[in-house]
Design a protein around this ligand. Structure first.
Ligand code: HGY
Ligand code: MN
Ligand code: MN
Length: 422
C-alpha cells in the first residue's frame, strides 16, 4: 500500500495496470489479426465496452450516472474529499471508427480510472471529487456530428435533436440507445465540472518525429463535414456517347480531386478528405445515376475554413451546370476552432516539466470532447505520441512508456486542479 503522506509528486500510476485495462477493452470488438478494434457508436460492441468500463468504475467505488444521450460519468471521492464541490473531470470516448486503434479515446477514459485507482490505493483524498467520463459517439462515424455526446452534455445541442439523428445505416440515435440500454436518466446539459483535462494520443506525426513525449494542446482546429448527394442519369456504359452523359460517378470523382487540390493550394493547416463515397447502382456497365459522398474540411483558421467551404460550393455549382446533374449539400458537422484555457495549457506544460518532460505546444488536428467541455469550464489536453502518426487504423501504436508518462502527467494535473490532497 503506497502512502500519500509522501509528497504527492512521488505518486505514480501503474503502467502495467493501465496496459491491462487497454488490452481488456481492446478485446471487445477486436479486429482479427490486428491490434485494433471496431466499436462503432451504439452497436452491441459499444454496449459491451460500456458495460466493461462502467463495471470497472463501480469496482473502484465510483458513483456512476448515465444521461439521456448515453454519456457515462463516474465520480470518486477519497475519505476526506469534499463531495459538495464540483468535480475535476477527465475522460474521452470508447466508441471507435470501423478501423479503430486501441488507444484513440480509450486511453483517456482508462487512464482516468488508473488515476482513481492510484489515489485510492495510496489512501489519498483530493480536495475535490474526481470525475471520469466517456461521451457518446465522439467519432461521429455512424451518427454525425462527431463529439455528439459531449456537445449535448454542454448544452450545444438539445437532447431531442440528438436522439433524432439518423445514422449512415438508417438507424436512429434514440432507438439505438434504448436497444443497448444506455438511454439514462441523468439530466443533460449537465452541471459543468470545475475543469476538464483529456489525455489522448496525438494521432499525427509531430511528437513522434520531433522526439517529444508530451504535447500541451493549445486548441482544436475547425471541422466542416458536408454530405453531397449527386443525381445524374443512369445509362448504358457502352452505348451512351460521352457528350450525352450525366455521370454522377464522374462528378463525385471530380469533387474528390478538387478537395485534394483545394487543400494543397490553400496551404497552411488546410486539410481535405473524401472518406465516404457510394455510387448507385454501382455496376460496371451502368453510368452512375447517383453518388453520395462526405467531405471533411479542417483548418485552424476559421476564415480560411470558410473560404474553403465557399470554394467547394462554387465548384459543385459550376460542375453541376456543366454535367447536367444536381448536387445537394447537407451539413453534417461544423465546429469553429477552439482555444483551450491558456493557464491550463501552461499547467499541462509545468506538470510535464515537473515529471521530467519538455512539452511541445501544439494544436489538435483531430476533434475531441475537450473542445466541447471548453464551452463550459477551463479545459485542456495532454497528448502523447502516435508512432509514425498512424491513427484511425488498427496499426495505431503508442510506446507503453509514453502511455505511463501521459497518465502520470494526468494524475498530477488532476491532483493540482482538485485543490491538492487533503
Ligand atoms: O473526426 C475527428 O476528428 C475525431 O476522430 N472524432
Ligand atoms: Mn479520439
Ligand atoms: Mn478518433
Amino acid at each position: 500500500m503506497r502512502s500519500a503522506s509522501a509528497s504527492p509528486l512521488a505518486l505514480r500510476v501503474s503502467g502495467r495496470r493501465l496496459l491491462d485495462r487497454i488490452d481488456e477493452l481492446a478485446a471487445i470488438g477486436a479486429i482479427e489479426g490486428t491490434q485494433g478494434c471496431a466499436r462503432l457508436a451504439l452497436t452491441d460492441a459499444d454496449r459491451r465496452g460500456r458495460d466493461l468500463v462502467t463495471a470497472s468504475m463501480r469496482d473502484l467505488g465510483m458513483e456512476v450516472a448515465v444521461d439521456g444521450v448515453g454519456n457515462v460519468v463516474g465520480i470518486w471521492c477519497g475519505a476526506a474529499t469534499d463531495a459538495s464541490l464540483a468535480p475535476v473531470m477527465t475522460g474521452s470516448h470508447i466508441d471507435t471508427v470501423r478501423t479503430g486503434g486501441r488507444y484513440d479515446g480509450n486511453l483517456g477514459v482508462l487512464a482516468g480510472l488508473e488515476v482513481v485507482e492510484t489515489l485510492s490505493e495510496a489512501g489519498a483524498s483530493p480536495t475535490r471529487p474526481i470525475a471520469v467520463a466517456f461521451f457518446t459517439n465522439e467519432e461521429g462515424a455512424r451518427f454525425p456530428p462527431d463529439m455528439l455526446g459531449s456537445l449535448v452534455y454542454v448544452g450545444g445541442m438539445p437532447l431531442e435533436d440528438a436522439l433524432d439523428i439518423t445514422g449512415i445505416d438508417g438507424t436512429n440515435v434514440g432507438a439505438e440507445l434504448e436497444k443497448i440500454g444506455y438511454r439514462g436518466a441523468a439530466p443533460c446539459p449537465a452541471t459543468p465540472p470545475h475543469a476538464f483535462v483529456e489525455l489522448h494520443i496525438e494521432q499525427g506525426p509531430v511528437l513522434d518525429t520531433e522526439g517529444f513525449v508530451i504535447g500541451a494542446v493549445e486548441g482544436v482546429q475547425g471541422i466542416s463535414w458536408t454530405e453531397l448527394t449527386i443525381v445524374g442519369q443512369s445509362n448504358h456504359a457502352g452505348t451512351t456517347p460521352m457528350h450525352l452523359r450525366h455521370d454522377a460517378g464522374y462528378v463525385a470523382a471530380a469533387v474528390t480531386t478538387f478537395v485534394r487540390d483545394l487543400a494543397l493550394e490553400s496551404g497552411g493547416t488546410q486539410v481535405g478528405t473524401v472518406g465516404a463515397l457510394t455510387l448507385h447502382p454501382n455496376l460496371v456497365n451502368v453510368i452512375a445515376s447517383r453518388a453520395t459522398m462526405r467531405v471533411d474540411l479542417r483548418n485552424t483558421d476559421e476564415a480560411r475554413l470558410g473560404e474553403a467551404e465557399a470554394r467547394l460550393a462554387t465548384f459543385c455549382d459550376e460542375l453541376a451546370a456543366r454535367e447536367g446533374v444536381t448536387v445537394e449539400a447537407r451539413r453534417l458537422a461544423r465546429f469553429e476552432p477552439v482555444d483551450f484555457d491558456p493557464s491550463l495549457v501552461d499547467k499541462v506544460a509545468a506538470t510535464a516539466a515537473a515529471l521530467g518532460h519538455r512539452a511541445r505546444r501544439m494544436p489538435s488536428g483531430a476533434g475531441h470532447d475537450a473542445q466541447m467541455l471548453a464551452r463550459v469550464c477551463p479545459a485542456a489536453m495532454i497528448f502523447i505520441p502516435s508512432v509514425a502518426g498512424i491513427s484511425h487504423n488498427p496499426a495505431e501504436f503508442t510506446d507503453p512508456a509514453h502511455l505511463e508518462a501521459g497518465a502520470n502527467v494526468l494524475l498530477h494535473l488532476l491532483i493540482d486542479l482538485a485543490g491538492g490532497l487533503c
